[in-house]
Write a protein that binds this ligand. Sequence first.
Ligand code: HEM
Length: 349
Amino acid sequence: MKPISVLWRGVFALALLLYFANDPALAQSPQETAAQRQQTQPYNNAPVWREVRKEGQEHFTTTRGREAGVLIQTYGQTWRELRNSWIVPIAGWLIIAFACAIGLFYWGRGPIKVREGPTGRLIHRFTPLERGTHWTMAISFCLLGISGLITMAGKYVLLPVIGYTLFSWLAEIAKTLHNFLGPVFLASAVVFIVLYIKDMLPRRYDFTWFLKGGGMLTGEHIPSGKFNAGEKLWFWGGVVVLAFVVCVSGLILDFPNFDQSRLVMIIASITHSVAAGFMIALSFFHIYMGSIGVEGAYEGMRYGYVDESWAKEHHAFWYEDVKSGRIQAGSAEGTPEAPRLAPASRDST
Ligand code: HEM
């Protein structure tokens, strides 16, 4: 290397050294830099917070407990973003879309009626225990759905309308109700599954029912057992799978005293709101069919009896099993509720 270039490089390096040696910032210790920052930008301790935030590191604390030393956990922001910008709006619009679809279906198709009209002869369909379990599960689910939606989306939908005071009361009541009703729903769903599972097993004729879309659009009555394939799908998909996911994730959130980490709580919260959003939307179809969508269905779950013509048209194979004595269903004679359910025949006599 030529002597002149060695000289230049030397001079340049020296100049650099002198420059940095004289740069007040570099010369300062971190404490001095922080003290100066308090003058120029009071309360801005960004470097400290960056350090604290680094990958959710544990720092020293006298507080006891899992992650007590983690002041900031980075994926908390991700959870908040995911929940507020994705889950809440998508679940909200899904529920609204399902409600509108059912409204359109009712407007277009109307309730499914019993063509032959009631015979006045009643068949026993559900025992008091089966009905009691269903309604405990149904009512607790509906209250959980409403209180859950208030907690999840109330601040976007209700708060601007009813104001802070009323909304804070409502949110507090909804949260408390939700925390206590969760275990009630779980217990009733478990009993419901035990009581109903024997009639929910898939049969060959269920595939025909599916292939024909249950005759929903054609008006054709597709023969089925005690429950048709659509009802069995709601049982397995809704009550067994979705309710299980909603309940397990809900219990993790409801009882945070098992040393759960923040990540476990975040995963439980996302799973809970996504599964609950789906279940609420799907339950609308069942509630519609079970209330005004199928004439005579509600009375079956309310009083335990259905008219023979209803059974013949909607559950032909079950009706045949009852009539042939293969299934002990019993009839209405001598039971207190029976007379209330046969308006047509009473009037016709
Ligand atoms: C609150 C509104 C509800 C009404 C009016 C209602 C009505 C009914 C009726 C009438 C039946 C008997 C159908 C038949 O005889 O074939 C039934 C059955 C059933 N319900 Fe509900 N129900 C409601 C809520 C729920 C909820 C929230 C769930 C689940 C969490 C549920 C789960 C079931 C299941 C699995 C069956 C048996 C299969 C079926 O028919 O779909 N119900 N319900």
